[in-house]
Design a binder for this molecule. Structure first.
Ligand code: KIV
Ligand code: ZN
Length: 532
């Protein structure tokens, strides 16, 4: 194997993160290029071996963000996904080749269901298209991964035939996806055992696993594949992804680490960075982390019952199999206030697991002082939200300059908003509505000329106390796509209006980076057949 490969240690599992590709495919989880870059840098700090940065052929915006990550992020292999067509492979390669270590990930469905109903291709055509695509990708790039999509529902004999043929054509990693989350740990182990027994040169490639969580077994199935010889696990932060999501990175990594004596496998992940990375992804994608989520949920290390608390006081190992600090969780009840200085803030930020460059620290310190003027005590949740939010200006062209609202019970509320656009012009607009938040939303829509359908609106408190900050989250639809925006303030009308502006900014940005349309997806079958 050449140096482009992630690792050569037999017991070391390669962690392939697909938060920015499969994770982004969760409805409403689309991210802006600057947000993707921020996550990619956090993934590199976390120690992942491979970052699947996106699907460059999906849109111009996708190509650009994969290319930016390939240019800016040092350390991990940067991977781009491609369907089995020259056009896709060329786009993937041109986006990633600037990275010191890069990989093309080619896929083509192999199951009877996909062959018949999606691709309308016979087995021989699939075999030929897969081989041609891998051979072409390999002519450009030494590191080529191939995924027989829906492998877990593919006839074993045909799966082995395809895998053997693509290895001969130059694939260096063979990924076996459970695309629809259908398999079980025992069954999946048998699939890997079958491939190991029946595929020539299988020991010359890295075997990989990619599980979806439709039956809640993505982590278990991935671990089972690792026991059967898989040495790459594909996963996402917080398990985000299509439908019920993908194998959760933090869970699979902590299972391997906590039960190392059982699995005998290691990863290169710095587990102390799991919690901050999970918070970052949750904030950027707007996908909240369930309180009882393993490893990174709010309750993952909380002990409620008296018997458990008693045991914990005697010795933590009575009811704890991992320490909170192992995953980067070091929350305290230490409270900061307006007299706290830059040094105290920097220390607290560091203890929370964030390492901010000086310019970012200055921004957070200024916002900390402004918040401390409005709020007596600042808790960990407040500090975290200041660190994780890059500020409205980073998201897009529109910014709220002023917002005025008035409401009297029994009559319509009114709002007047003044917005600044990054091209230098300003717009002032008034509207009435059913309450001040509704009036603000209407004024923003009129001012920007973008009308949206509000599907869901939530307000929750970020920390405790009477003067707690309120986080507003809006979920909307525009041109059949879903978007989400969120913002935090001690004033919930202000946070709601800012969340609405964030959505408008995301819509504005996505005009450049729309995901594949239905018609493009329909062309998948044809693309698989053409020109390779
Ligand atoms: O779930 C899946 O099959 C995929 C492939 C592209 C690997 O995401
Ligand atoms: Zn997937």
């Amino acid at each position: 194997m050449d140096s482009n490969h992630a690792t050569t240690d037999q017991n070391r599992v390669v962690i392939f993160d697909t938060t920015l590709r499969d994770g982004e495919q969760s409805p409403g989880c689309s991210m802006m290029p600057a947000e993707k870059l921020r996550i990619a840098k956090a993934l590199a700090d976390l120690g992942v071996d491979v970052i699947e940065a996106g699907f460059p052929a999906a849109s111009k915006g996708d190509w650009e963000s994969v290319h930016t990550i390939a240019r800016e992020v040092k350390g991990p292999i940067i991977c781009g996904l491609a369907r089995s067509s020259r056009e896709d492979i060329d786009k993937a390669y041109s986006a990633i080749k600037i990275a010191a270590r890069h990989r093309i990930h080619v896929f083509l469905a192999t199951s009877a269901i996909h062959r018949e109903h999606k691709l309308n291709m016979a087995k021989e055509e699939i075999l030929r298209a897969a081989v041609d695509a891998v051979r072409y990708a390999h002519s450009l790039c030494a590191d080529v991964e191939f995924s027989p999509e829906d492998a877990s529902r593919t006839e074993l004999e045909f799966l082995a035939q395809v895998v053997e043929a693509v290895i001969a054509a130059g694939a260096t990693t063979i990924n076996i996806p459970d695309t629809v989350g259908y398999t079980t740990p025992q069954e999946f182990m048998e699939v890997f055992a079958y491939l190991k027994q029946h595929v020539r040169d299988i020991d010359q490639v890295v075997l990989s696993v990619h599980c979806h969580n439709d039956l809640g077994m993505a982590v278990a199935n991935s671990l089972s594949a690792a026991l059967a010889g898989a040495r790459q696990i594909e996963c996402t932060i917080n398990g985000i992804g299509e439908r019920a999501g993908n194998c959760s990175l933090e869970e699979v990594v902590m299972a391997l680490k906590t039960r190392e004596s059982f699995y005998g496998l290691t990863t290169g992940i710095n587990s102390a960075r799991l919690y901050p990375t999970s918070r970052l992804v949750s904030t950027i994608t707007g996908m909240p982390i369930p309180r009882n989520k393993a490893i990174v949920g709010e309750n993952a290390f909380a002990h409620e019952s008296g018997i458990h608390q008693h045991g914990m006081l005697k010795h933590h190992s009575t009811y704890e199999i991992m320490r909170p600090q192992d995953v980067g969780l070091s929350r305290t009840h230490l409270v900061l206030g307006k007299h706290s200085g830059r040094h105290a803030l920097r220390e607290r930020i560091r203890e929370l697991g964030f390492d901010l460059p000086e310019a970012e620290l200055n921004r957070v310190f200024d916002e900390f002082k402004a918040l401390a003027d409005k709020k007596k005590e600042l808790f960990d949740g407040d500090i975290e939200s200041l660190v994780l939010r890059a500020g409205d200006s980073a998201v897009g062209p529109w910014l709220i300059e002023t917002l005025w609202t008035s409401a009297t019970s029994g009559s319509a509320a009114s709002a007047v908003v003044r917005l600044a656009h990054s091209d230098g012009h300003h717009v002032e607009q008034g509207a009435t509505g059913d309450g001040p938040i509704d009036a603000s939303f209407k004024a923003i829509e009129l001012a920007t000329g973008i009308s949206i359908k509000l599907n869901k609106f939530e307000v929750r408190s970020v920390t405790e106390g009477e003067d707690a900050q309120g986080e507003a989250i809006v979920y909307v639809e525009h041109n059949q796509r879903s978007y989400r925006g969120s913002s935090i303030s001690t004033n919930i009308i202000e946070s709601s209006a800012r969340a609405y502006i964030e959505v408008i900014n995301r819509i504005d940005a996505s005009r450049n980076s729309a995901p594949p349309t239905h018609a493009q997806l329909e062309r998948t079958a044809q693309l698989a057949k053409v020109t390779v």
